[in-house]
Write a protein that binds this ligand. Structure first.
Ligand SMILES: Nc1ncnc2c1ncn2[C@@H]1O[C@H](COP(=O)(O)OP(=O)(O)OP(=O)(O)O)[C@@H](O)[C@H]1O
Length: 869
């Protein structure tokens, strides 16, 4: 056994040694694994750290990005909100107290929301303060809870904002303050002077509530009358001033007052809460229970902050209320303004909300100014009354009134609905602003013709009346074709036709009818016809004059004057209203009596006229209308009686041409020339002083066959004209004849001493150079101005001193000039050409048709250089 023990030991040792070896190997492997694991761990840790750092960086940058985006979006939203807030609470309704002052409300807009503070949450970096607004006028009642003095301050601020953002008199306050007896809102006391504030004592609650309920009932019954749901809707629909003021009822109570309310008082208060907003009655209650209703906004005050429905979860930092003396100063001023009366309507107030939205089929309705109650007074021109007579002494404001009327009309009626013909017989350019000028290219789209400085050129007025008479006939025959008795029916029967109402305004129309000559007689005849039949054909006359009674041509024409049933009398106007109507004698300056019943006293309406002469106000409107004009609409024609046409440079070869036979033209065809024709016969040898200057082409006779007795009796009755190229054959010359260039007429015209000297451009030196007065003021004729010289000229035919002497003054004008009515021809530097018709199918202004009007030369006048804007 001993031999086996060593072996056994050896085996054991061997095993142990092997085991040790294995263990060491395992240990080494384990160590290696440990080291590796440590390495991996360190690596993982390092990676983790790196990743963590990366993630932190990414998170930070994402966070910053999100924040930046948040700030930018929040800033944009805040700005949008601020803009919306400024829109909802404009001016005094939303400005901070530091910059606060009363503001005039924009027309047609009323602030509905009012600022009480700022929103507690402001986006960082946005720099925008968001005002906290609460609804009030036409929107809500307000119910306050919280510290009474803070609430009273907030109410005072709110009331001041309301007063400052509405017109004086539009808001009335009733304050029930049983504890302080009005002391809480004492700053508003000055309003009592203007009857805008009532303090109600402790015992007056029942009466006050009953009165408010009665007001609401009355407004519902007689103002809204079932047609409108609220005063706000009514005001928006009619675009008129608000018919009723807002009534703000401030109830300052506490728990004791609330407990003292009787059931009847509670019931009345509930009625007011339910129905008041629609009628402009709003309750601002502190310490009194107000029935829950959608129109009630609750404001809970905690310390210097508040919570209200419009701010949602955001706390409102309340504004520090304005000082009592500041409130008192504003209220005092307001009361003074109200006691002084409402300011006159502005010219801009005459314009409607929407331009050119009206239809003139039934008539033209437009305001002239405001009435005694501040509402706009509208005037109708239609089937009845059809025509208007405006009267007033010089400087009383006739032109201003016409401006106001034109402004109101043109803002309402588009050129398809209204066409205007404006003539001013004064030495002035009142209507020139409505035509395009050098400085201002805009023009009034409804205006078809403007005549200025027409004072000595009555034929021009006559030509206009003839044109209107033609239009009347055209309309009458169209009405006959369509079996229509008035314009509204014609427009209904012929919807594709162009039938605007025509308004012809003639300022100082007495000039047209001055004297008892042929022009006046014909003008009165045409006026009579237009006044009688124009009513049904949509042609309206508006005549203005200083004194109608002195117009000889109207004597014995009571039927004509009677057609002008719309009378507008300015202060001290004579004979415009009925004899017994003395209203014009007592109205103040810049007022007018508007009477649509021929001046009988019962129909008087007093209008305060806005200052419509203001150029900037007119320019604003005119530019707006001009930009809105339909494409292709032609500008109005301008006749300027003072414009002297420039002479063309190429008047090298003047020719005299002369008809050999007497006229065969009908007199009525040639209005502007007729004065010349009529003169020799009717006025003997005296040539009318201004005729040739105006009548660029004189004619020997106006009647067929040279009807003018003296004219036809004389041989050589003729008319002469000089021009570079012979004008077309005038109808009065059969056959046409021309004398060779340079033919000398028989008479020197220096015997016309009465030639107007105020046209230096028509004078020449003896050598024929235009522009320098000839000695003695004589106008040259071909005698002293032989062919080959430039300038304008005239000659006479017949013997010296012959009453048949005719003058001719051809005043060529650039092609760009416009022409007077009655002349379808215009002259350019090189030729005569026929003017285009004003619209397809519609005759332009021209002489009487039917007799060779195409051969009547047309006088072209350039725009007066004296025109100003
Ligand atoms: N409603 C008004 N408000 C302010 N100014 C006015 C008003 N009406 C007229 N005026 C001013 O009075 C002056 C005279 O007005 P306007 O020229 O219209 O009178 P008129 O009767 O046409 O005078 P005339 O017959 O001499 O031409 C003008 O300076 C005009 O600006």
């Amino acid at each position: 056994m001993p031999s086996s023990r060593p072996g056994l030991v050896a085996d054991v040792r061997q095993d142990l040694s092997a085991a040790r070896g294995l263990t060491r190997a395992a240990l080494g492997a384990a160590e290696t694994a440990r080291v590796e694991a440590h390495g991996r761990r360190d690596k993982t840790n390092a990676e983790h750290g790196e990743r963590l750092a990366g993630l932190v960086g990414a998170r930070e940058s994402a966070r910053q990005d999100i924040r930046a985006r948040f700030e930018s979006r929040a800033g944009a939203l805040a700005e949008e909100l601020a803009a919306v807030a400024a829109e909802c609470a404009p001016g005094a309704a939303g400005t901070s107290w530091r910059a606060w002052r009363p503001t005039e409300p924009e027309r047609g807009r009323r602030p509905g929301l009012f600022r009480i503070g700022t929103l507690g949450h402001e986006p960082a970096g946005a720099g925008t303060v968001l005002p906290a607004l609460v609804p009030l006028l036409d929107h809500a009642h307000l119910s306050f809870t919280g510290d009474p003095s803070t609430v009273d301050g907030m109410i005072a601020g709110l009331l001041l904002r309301v007063l400052g953002s509405t017109r004086p008199g539009e808001v009335r306050l009733t304050v029930y303050d049983p504890e302080q007896l009005g002391g809480s809102l004492a700053g508003f006391a000055p309003l009592g002077n203007a009857d805008l504030l009532t303090f109600v004592g402790p015992g007056g609650l029942t009466g006050m509530l009953d009165d408010l309920v009665e007001q609401i009932r009355r407004i519902n019954e007689s103002v809204l009358a079932g047609e409108y749901a609220s005063l706000a809707e009514l005001t928006a629909a009619t675009a008129a001033r608000r018919p009723e003021p807002w009534r703000l009822v401030v109830l300052l109570g506490d728990a004791a007052t609330a407990a003292d309310l009787t059931a009847a008082q509670r019931a009345q208060l509930d009625r007011i809460v339910r129905t008041g907003v629609a009628c402009g009655v709003h309750v601002l209650a502190r310490g009194l229970p107000i029935e829950a209703h959608p129109t009630v906004e609750h404001v809970a005050v905690v310390g210097s902050t508040a919570v209200c429905g419009t701010a949602g979860d955001l706390a409102v930092r309340l504004d520090v209320p304005p000082a009592a003396d500041r409130i008192a100063a504003v209220c005092r001023e307001l009361a003074e303004v109200l006691l002084a009366g409402p300011p006159p309507a502005q010219f801009a107030d005459l314009a409607p909300e929407k331009l050119w939205a009206e239809c003139s089929a039934a008539g033209l309705v437009a305001p002239l100014g405001d009435g005694p109650h501040g509402d706009l007074v509208e005037v109708l021109l239609g089937d009845d009354p059809p025509h208007a007579l405006i009267g007033g002494p010089s400087g009383s404001g006739k032109t201003n009134l016409i401006y106001a009327w034109l402004g109101a009309l043109t803002a309402r009626y588009s050129p398809d609905e209204l066409a205007l013909y404006l003539l001013d017989f004064k030495e002035g350019v009142s209507f020139a602003r409505f035509a395009p000028g050098r400085r201002d290219p805009s023009w009034l789209p409804q205006v078809r013709l403007v005549g200025v400085n027409v004072n000595g050129d009555r034929e021009f007025g006559l030509a206009l009346l003839r044109h209107l008479a033609d239009e009347l006939r055209r309309r009458a025959s169209a009405a006959k074709r369509h079996e229509a008795t008035k314009l509204a029916e014609l427009r209904a029967e012929d919807p594709s036709g162009h039938w605007p109402r025509i308004v012809a305004v003639i300022d100082e129309f007495q000039v047209l009818l001055a004297g008892r000559d042929a022009v006046a007689n014909e003008a009165v005849g045409l006026l009579e016809d237009l006044a009688r039949r124009g009513r049904s054909q949509g042609i309206h006359l508006v005549l203005a004059s200083q004194d109608v009674s002195g117009i000889e041509a109207l004597w014995g024409r009571s039927a004509l004057v009677a057609q002008f049933t719309l009378r507008i009398a300015l202060p001290k106007a004579r004979r415009i209203l009925a004899e017994t109507n003395l209203a014009a004698d007592v109205i103040p300056r810049f007022h007018a009596v508007v009477n649509a019943d021929s001046g009988v006293p019962d129909a008087n309406r007093i209008v305060r006229l806005p200052d419509a002469s203001d150029r900037s106000a007119w320019r604003t409107l005119q530019e707006k209308l001009w930009h809105a004009r339909p494409e292709g609409l032609e500008p109005p024609r301008l006749f300027d009686g003072d414009a002297v046409p420039p002479y063309p440079a190429d008047l090298g070869a003047w020719r005299v041409w002369r008809p050999t036979a007497p006229c065969s033209a009908r007199r009525s065809t040639y209005a502007p020339a007729r004065r010349c024709c009529a003169c020799p016969a009717r006025r003997g040898a005296t040539w009318p002083s201004s005729a040739p200057a105006r009548t660029r082409l004189a004619r020997c006779s106006a009647r067929p066959g040279g009807h003018c007795p003296r004219w036809t009796r004389r041989r050589g009755s003729a008319w002469c004209a000089w021009t570079t190229t012979p004008p077309p054959r005038p109808p009065c010359c059969t056959p046409p004849c021309r004398t060779p260039a340079g033919t000398t007429p028989t008479r020197h015209p220096s015997c016309w001493p009465s030639w107007p000297r105020r046209r230096p451009a028509l004078r020449t030196t003896s050598s024929g150079t235009p522009g320098t007065p000839r000695p003695g003021g004589c106008r040259p004729c071909a005698t002293c101005w032989p062919a080959g010289r430039s300038g304008t000229s005239m000659c006479s035919a017949g013997g010296a001193g012959s009453p048949g002497s005719a003058t001719t003054s051809v005043g060529p004008a650039p092609a760009s000039t416009r022409s007077a009515p009655g002349w379808p021809w215009t002259y350019t530097a090189t030729s005569w050409h026929r003017s285009r018709p004003s619209r397809a199918g519609r005759p332009g202004i021209h002489g009487r048709t039917g007799h060779s009007s195409s051969t009547v030369p047309r006088t072209a006048y350039p725009r007066s250089s004296s025109r100003t804007r």
